[in-house]
Design a protein. Structure first.
Lengths: 272, 334
């Protein structure tokens, strides 16, 4: 195969993958489905931000983001975001029969999986974008306090850019694996509900793996659980400690899960 | 090294030449097993360029499974097939590029608009640039979808859904169209429109369609494949299939008077196998059914015999077998 041939093939491969990606992204943002998820997540974030500001008036030392993410209540809605985003990706297509049209088009299963994955991941990132407004909102709050009560150093909401970069990067990094996990669950079944339940269940399990050391104390295998612990990673990242180990962990887990998803989609076709 | 490359090139040229002469579809010993149930057993057939092939069979005979195997959606348990010379297992993408498929019940994305859906499908099939609009325009025009191009698919009637599915299959101008029950659930007018459409498509495409409306096949297909319980029972033109049928050559006669003598004389006549008296009709009329060798005409002789007895006759009819007879004969289980 000549070089120009390879380039041509790669280009057409990217073209069809992008087509699937675009269609999937549109199905999130062009239908009420995506906006309902966005609205619910934002409402929950809003409630929680309000509660955090209340607690911050007593405790101090860390940023708003630290208090927001390092709490069981955050996980209470964080876990449900992933099944909501991903549960329909494969299950609904299979139930409606459109998967048949997709798989008889000249595209490979890998392209379908990747297109769907990146669309879901991008939508997930969009969910956290409103968080970027918090610094601006803090400034607005400070301005209000200053005009109302004059300059009081203790009344200011202090922040550094790292307070936001850290949490957003860990949310994106861990999300890249959790989205893949959701996609995998969706490929297992033709029922969205079952996909959602399985995904939620796996998410809760993963959450508790991170809490094993809290329950059992330190033991020889404990470092493994520390390494896998999403809660500890979030805690580190929201303090501004950016670490590459979780990046390696989640990216390799994501790639592994996506490969598994591709296998499952093919397998279900072979053994129907 | 250099020599072997040259040899390969030569081989490839030969392969390309072969492809241009090959049948559009060749299925070799296709076999599909679902758990303990064998859906398709050892199906071997070939379809030439430009043919309109009707896939016939009772419900659950394996029509849809065979079609799904040809499209590459269901991998065969054994055997293989090739489309336009490309093997569906070794070169699935190439094979799929040469076919347009409309699945049973036409699954579509409900939340999309017709044009949007066709655009997505066109891009998925690798059509890019200005030819996207051109191809969609052509498909929309052929399928009569101009008025509905901006409608949401969820609001379309069954007929228009079917047309959207057909327009999707036409995108990219594939050599082969596989249509699974294209007229299923349509009203008679819509059926006629779709039938006309399929007939017009046959000028440029090879078409495989499955249906259980036999008159439809008689009207548009020039080849019939009958499949029952996963086994291909026949693969021929409709006229060849009906020619050697048991029903061919049957004659029914209605006359007045005592039938015993007439029957005795008729049964003595060479091609006649058996004469059956059917239920007596009111007014002293009898109806008899003469079973004879296929392809023979016993009307003249029968009429002469009845006239010789001086009996009045009011009806004589030689059965012309149709696909329904073929279908019933090949698929009945009694």
């Amino acid at each position: 195969m000549s070089k120009t041939d390879t380039i041509k093939r790669t280009r057409s491969w990217l073209y069809t993958t992008r087509t699937i990606f675009g269609k999937e992204l549109k199905s999130y943002l062009g239908t009420p489905f995506g906006w309902v998820i966005l609205a619910c997540t934002m409402a929950l974030q809003g409630f929680w931000l309000q509660a955090v500001i209340q607690t911050m008036s007593q405790a101090s030392g860390e940023s708003v983001m630290f208090y927001m993410l390092n709490n069981v209540h955050f996980w209470f809605y964080f876990i449900f975001i992933f099944p909501l985003i991903t549960m329909r990706t494969f299950a609904d297509e299979e139930r409606q029969g459109t998967l048949e049209g997709l798989l008889t088009a000249p595209v490979t299963t890998t392209q379908i999986v990747l297109g769907k994955y990146f669309a879901a991941l991008l939508f997930y990132v969009v969910l956290w974008l409103p968080m970027l407004l918090y610094p601006w909102m803090s400034e607005l709050g400070n301005l209000y306090t200053e005009t109302r009560y004059g300059i009081i150093p203790e009344g200011r909401i202090e922040y550094t850019p790292a307070d936001w970069y850290g949490p957003i990067s860990i949310l994106t990094i861990s999300g890249s694996f959790f989205i893949a996990l959701g996609l995998f669950c969706s490929s297992l079944t033709r029922s969205q509900i079952i996909a959602g339940i399985v995904c939620t269940c796996l998410m809760i399990m993963y959450y508790f793996i991170g809490r094993v050391t809290e329950l059992w104390g330190e033991f020889p295998a404990a470092p493994v659980f520390h390494y896998l612990s999403c809660t500890e990673q979030i805690s580190a990242f929201s303090r501004g400690l950016v670490d590459t180990r979780p990046l390696v962990l989640y990216l390799s887990l994501a790639i592994f899960t996506l490969a598994l998803t591709k296998r499952v989609v093919d397998y279900r076709r072979w053994h129907r | 090294m250099c020599q072997s490359r040259r040899f390969n090139l030569k081989n490839q040229i030969i392969l390309l030449e072969l492809r241009s002469h090959m049948s559009m579809v060749t299925a070799q010993h296709l076999h599909k097993v679902f758990g303990r149930f064998t859906a398709v057993k050892d199906a071997t057939f070939s379809i030439e360029k430009g043919e309109i092939v009707g896939f016939l069979g009772p419900n659950g005979a394996g029509k849809t499974t065979t079609m799904k195997m040809l499209t590459g959606y269901l991998p065969p348990s054994a055997g293989t097939a090739s489309i336009a010379g490309y093997d569906i297992i070794d070169h699935p993408l190439e094979a799929r590029r040469h076919l347009g498929y409309m699945p049973e019940n036409v699954p579509l994305y409900e939340e999309m608009r017709v044009y949007e859906y066709l655009e997505y499908r066109a891009r998925l099939k690798g059509i890019c640039g200005s030819s996207v609009r051109k191809q969609i325009g052509l498909a929309i025009e052929r399928c009569g979808l101009e008025a509905k191009r901006k409608n949401l698919i969820s609001t379309l009637s069954k007929g228009y859904r079917q047309r959207t599915g057909l327009a999707d299959a036409l995108l990219g101008n594939p050599d082969l169209l596989i249509l699974d029950e294209p007229t299923n659930g349509l009203d008679p007018n819509q059926i006629r429109q779709i039938r006309e459409l399929i007939r017009s498509l046959a000028e440029e495409h090879t078409v495989i369609l499955s249906t259980h409306i036999l008159s439809e096949v008689e009207m548009i297909c020039n080849k019939v494949i009958i499949i029952d319980q996963g086994i291909i029972k026949a693969s021929d033109t409709p006229s060849n299939l009906t020619r050697d049928l048991r029903a061919a050559g049957r004659v029914s006669i209605e006359f007045k008077g005592d039938p015993t003598e007439v029957i005795k004389e008729l049964e003595a006549f060479e091609p006649v196998k058996k004469v059956i008296i059917e239920d007596p009709l009111p007014g002293g009329w009898n109806r008899i059914l003469v079973r004879a060798e296929p392809g023979t005409d016993t009307r003249e002789k029968a009429a002469a015999i009845i006239a010789a007895h001086g009996l009045p006759m009011r009806h004589i009819y030689r059965h012309i077998p149709n696909l329904e007879n073929v279908f019933v004969e090949m698929t009945r289980r009694d």
